[in-house]
Design a protein around this ligand. Sequence first.
Ligand SMILES: *Cc1c(COP(=O)(O)O)cnc(C)c1O
Length: 460
Amino acid sequence: MAKYPLEPFRIKVIETIGHTDRNERKQVLKDAGYNIFNVPSEKVYVDLLTDSGTGAMSAWQWAGLQQGDESYANCKNWIHLESVVKDITGLKYIIPTHQGRVAENLLFSTIVEEGSLVLNNNHFDTTRANVLANKGVPLDLVVDEGKSPSLDHPFKGNMNIEKLEEAIKEYGRENIPIIMLTITNNSGGGQPVSMENIQNIRKIADKYDIPFFFDACRFAENAYFIKIREEKYKNSSIKEIVNEMFSYVDGCTMSAKKDGLVNIGGFLALNDRKLADKIKEKLILIEGFLTYGGLAGRDLEAMARGLQEALNEDYLEYRIGQTKYLGDLLDEAGIPVLKPIGGHGVFIDAKTFMEHIPQKFFPGQALVTAMYFEAGIRSVEIGSFMFATKDPKTGKIVYPPMDLVRLALPRRMYTKAHLEYVSDSIIEIHKNRQQYCGLRILDSEESSLRHFFARLELVK
Ligand SMILES: *Cc1c(COP(=O)(O)O)cnc(C)c1O
């Protein structure tokens, strides 16, 4: 039986959410071109679109907002944030940004050239788009276990070390400016990476002298998985594990909208002085001065506090436990979910769920729109709609190995009753799944970010 974890908090402020009816939602979907990103949030009951920037801040963070020092240079909140990030990562140069993708933009526009290869376990969508925008080639090297939805393995986010070395030999060290590792692996189902894997990547990075960076958005959740799944670390504190993880990398990009527990914020951190200097010039052009990076002083303070709260073990136990609770409810009812349940969300194997819908008609998107229509729940497709691309040589469409629907859980936001409403609704849809049809794209088909804005129609 699924077990709900104890919340290490009580509720101090609430936000009212309203119900809509099916007729209203039918019209909303039509108006939105069946793209869930176009649905007004006020028409959503439980919003599991993303865990990015959607969580609840603590009383301590809100108090921090009142301590905002809005001086242009070197405000006290920056000095606080910088010391917190250095304490967590041990990295030397910290560059604030307003969110993760700007850190990616700054980094890749500086080190990626035409034809450069960026190696990753799985590139997240903005990471991939930032590599492509600089004419680089993103290569995904997650272990085979990570591509099989139902296979149980403790660290499905790991990178395939043999493939990593083969890729370096095949394409040449000089064409590979960086090895990235996404912790936890968002596109691969929020699956963690083991400390052992991180150590092995470090060895390869040393052998070939290639910089190694984390895409660190969910570093605290990853550390918690290491603690509970990697024997050697069961008695270590989260802080110790996090420190060791970061000791193996040369830098990281970070979206603090995840494990920074804030609604906006991010940073880039690195040890290479020359590279940091180049990036600092760009930062001033596109984000702002070196000590605020597109954020208000108060935002920097909330981030400094959130990053510390994310290391709290009671919080992480609740966080990972809540996600597992929703996943277990679905699993016990026979819904095909990606296993084991990841850190920030439950991923449904939509190809199996909507078996009667071929990949070209986006089974994942069919499930996403069904959940909204039936229950006012917003989720997101991570599959063919997001990733299928035309092979430039053959003109054939290449489909991703998995068609997933992600139910991302905002941090410290929804209650047990909300999660049970979600699982009950999905179980009902599953019973009647034959009645739902696929979709086809009406416009913006060629864009690598089409899932954010393309319009679709039902294939009846
Ligand atoms: C969210 C995310 C990003 C991008 O961060 P933003 O703050 O949304 O710009 C990059 N990588 C991963 C793994 C993410 O989850």
